[in-house]
Ligand binder design. Structure first.
Ligand SMILES: *Cc1c(COP(=O)(O)O)cnc(C)c1O
Length: 469
C-alpha cells in the first residue's frame, strides 16, 4: 500500500469509526450467524495478487462486520464489559503506526518510562499502598500466572531450587475460593503446582471466601507436611462480584508466610471511587494485585495492571539476559522484559495515558459511579417485581437475578425457565446478557459498563426483560 493510498483510506477509516461509534446502537448487538457461516464466505486460499484498500474495507463491511458481537453496543450487558473509548482507540492507532517493540528501555525509552509513570498514577488512583510497583501485562490470566510462578519460586528458595540444592522438597499448596476465576486453576497447572494442590475454600452467604475455612485448610495442610505457597483472593468474583475479605485473609497469609495475590480483574477499576475503597481494605497485606483497565476503565483490550510489592522476587523469577539483549544502560534502567513471561511487549501505556489524560480522574469516576447507580436501579426494579428475585448482593455494576420458583417447582424446572427467559431476551439482539450458576441456581447476569450505555438503555433493557418474562 502506497502512503498516498494509506492517507486516503486512513481518513475514510476514521470517518467510518466515528460513524460506527455514533450508530452502533442501530446494529444488532449479537450477530445472526451459525458456526461456519463466516468461514464459508471467505476464499479458502490467499489472494495471489494484492487488492486495493477499497476492497479491504468493502470485504470487511460485507463479510466480517455482520459476524461481530458489538462489545461497545449500549445494549451489551454480558460477561464483564470491555469498554473501549475514543482516546484509547486513537492511541492504539499511534501504537500501530510506530510498531515499536518495547521489551527493554533501550528499545523504546519513552514506552518504558511512560509505563512506569502511568502505573504509578493508577496506584494512586486506586489508593494502593506505596511500595507497590506496577507493570502492564496482557491479561489478568497472565498476571495471575506470573504471581503464582513468583510465589512458587519464593517458596522453593529461588536459585536453591534452580541449582537442585533443595531436593524434592515439601509439596506446595495454593488456596482460592470456590468462586475463583478459571484462570487460577489454569495458572496452578501451568506453574507446575499440579491441580491437586489447589484447595477450594468454602463461601459465605454472599459467595465470598470464609477466612476461618482458609485458616483451617492451611493449618491442616501444614500438619500434613505441606508448604502453603499462595492464596488467591478475589475482589469481585466473575460470577457475582463477591468480595473476599482481604484484611482477614491477608492477616492469615502474613501469619503463615504465604504469598497473597489479589485478583481484582473487574472490580479493581471501581477503587478509583473513594466510596468503593472498602473493597480493598487490607490490601496492604497483599504481595501482588491485578486489575484490568481493559475491562472497566475505558482502555481498549488488552491492558492488565499488575502490581507487586517485592520486585526483587519478580525479577529473580523472570529475568534472563542473554548477550544479544544486554545494553549499556541495564544497570540504570528498568527492562520490563524481566517482569513477566513474554520478551516482546506492545506499547500499551500510551492508550492508558491518553485515557487518563482525556477523561481525568474525575471524568472516569463519574462514568463508573453512574454504572453503579444504574445497577442499583435495576436491583430495585428486580426487588419490587414479585416474579423476580436477586441472587447476590450488588456492590458494583453487576446484577444477578432470576425468576422466582413457583410453588412446588423443583430446581431443574426453575433453572430451565430462567434459561428460556435469557434465550428469549437475547434472541431480540437488542440486548445481550449472560448467565452463571450460583449455588446450583441458574442466574441471569446483567453487567452494566459499556461506554455508550445511557440510562435509557438500562430502562429499555429492563422493560424488555420484564415483558419477556
Ligand atoms: C475477567 C476476569 C479474569 C480474566 O481476565 P483476562 O484479562 O481475560 O485474563 C480473571 N479473574 C476475574 C475475577 C475476572 O473477572
Amino acid at each position: 500500500m502506497e502512503i498516498t493510498e494509506f492517507r486516503r483510506a486512513g481518513h475514510d477509516l476514521v470517518d467510518w469509526m466515528a460513524d460506527y461509534l455514533n450508530d452502533v446502537e442501530r446494529l444488532p448487538v449479537t450477530p445472526e450467524v451459525r458456526p461456519g457461516d463466516i468461514r464459508r464466505s471467505l476464499p479458502v486460499s490467499p489472494p495471489r495478487t494484492g487488492e486495493p484498500a477499497e476492497q479491504l474495507m468493502n470485504d470487511f463491511g460485507k463479510l466480517i462486520l455482520p459476524g461481530m458481537t458489538h462489545w461497545g453496543h449500549p445494549g451489551f450487558f454480558a460477561y464483564f464489559p470491555s469498554n473501549a473509548s475514543p482516546p484509547s482507540m486513537l492511541a492504539e492507532m499511534l501504537t500501530a503506526a510506530m510498531g515499536a517493540q518495547c521489551m527493554s528501555w533501550q528499545t523504546s525509552p519513552a514506552a518504558t518510562e511512560l509505563e512506569q509513570v502511568t502505573m504509578e498514577w493508577l496506584r494512586q488512583m486506586l489508593g494502593l499502598p506505596e511500595g507497590f510497583t506496577g507493570v502492564i501485562q496482557d491479561t489478568s490470566s497472565t498476571a495471575t500466572l506470573v504471581a503464582l510462578l513468583t510465589a512458587r519460586e519464593r517458596a522453593t528458595g529461588f536459585s536453591a531450587a534452580i541449582h537442585g540444592l533443595q531436593g524434592p522438597g515439601q509439596p506446595l499448596t495454593v488456596y482460592a475460593s470456590r468462586e475463583r476465576h478459571s484462570s487460577v486453576d489454569k495458572a496452578v497447572r501451568l506453574a507446575g503446582y499440579g491441580i491437586e494442590s489447589l484447595r477450594l475454600i468454602d463461601l459465605d452467604d454472599a459467595y465470598a471466601m470464609r477466612p476461618e475455612a482458609l485458616e483451617a485448610a492451611i493449618t491442616a495442610d501444614v500438619a500434613q507436611g505441606m508448604r502453603p505457597a499462595a492464596v488467591v483472593a478475589t475482589t469481585g468474583t466473575t460470577g457475582s462480584t463477591a468480595i473476599d475479605p482481604l484484611r482477614a485473609i491477608g492477616e492469615i497469609c502474613r501469619r503463615h508466610g504465604v504469598w497473597l495475590h489479589v485478583d481484582a480483574s473487574y472490580a479493581g477499576s471501581a477503587a478509583i471511587l473513594p466510596e468503593k475503597r472498602w473493597m480493598i481494605d487490607g490490601v496492604e497485606h497483599a504481595d501482588s494485585f491485578v486489575f484490568n483497565p481493559h475491562k472497566w476503565l475505558l482502555v481498549n483490550f488488552d491492558c492488565s495492571a499488575y502490581f507487586v510489592r517485592d520486585v526483587e522476587a519478580l525479577l529473580r523469577t523472570f529475568s534472563a539476559s542473554p548477550e544479544y539483549l544486554r545494553t549499556a544502560h541495564d544497570a540504570e534502567v528498568v527492562n520490563f522484559r524481566d517482569w513477566g513471561i513474554q520478551l516482546g511487549r506492545r506499547f500499551r501505556a500510551l492508550k492508558l495515558w491518553w485515557v487518563i489524560k482525556s477523561y481525568g480522574v474525575e471524568g472516569l469516576q463519574a462514568i463508573l459511579r453512574q454504572h453503579c447507580e444504574w445497577a442499583q436501579a435495576v436491583a430495585g426494579w428486580v426487588s419490587v417485581d414479585d416474579r423476580f428475585e436477586l441472587l447476590a448482593p450488588v456492590p458494583l455494576a453487576l446484577v444477578c437475578f432470576r425468576l422466582r420458583p413457583r410453588a412446588g417447582e423443583d430446581l431443574a424446572a426453575v433453572n430451565e425457565r430462567n434459561r428460556e427467559l435469557l434465550a428469549r431476551v437475547n434472541a431480540t439482539r437488542q440486548v445481550y446478557l449472560s448467565h452463571t450458576v450460583l449455588g446450583g441456581r441458574y442466574t441471569i447476569r446483567m453487567a452494566i459498563g459499556a461506554r455508550a450505555t445511557e440510562a435509557r438503555h438500562v430502562e429499555e433493557a429492563w422493560a424488555l426483560i420484564a415483558a419477556s418474562a
